[in-house]
Design a binder for this molecule. Sequence first.
Ligand SMILES: [Zn+2]
Length: 52
Amino acid sequence: MIDSVDEDEPDCQYCGLTVASTDERRVVTTIEEGTAIHTHFCSDDCLAAWKS
Ligand SMILES: [Zn+2]
């Protein structure tokens, strides 16, 4: 049996933590070439660190 975690439990783009394990998850949506890209973070801290 293979469990796909790609969509339901993405990892934090910055620190690699599974964002499902936190209730502070943040999602940033950007559009690249007409496709919506969802970038996940486990907290505001990781989002801020990734942006800087
Ligand atoms: Zn993180």
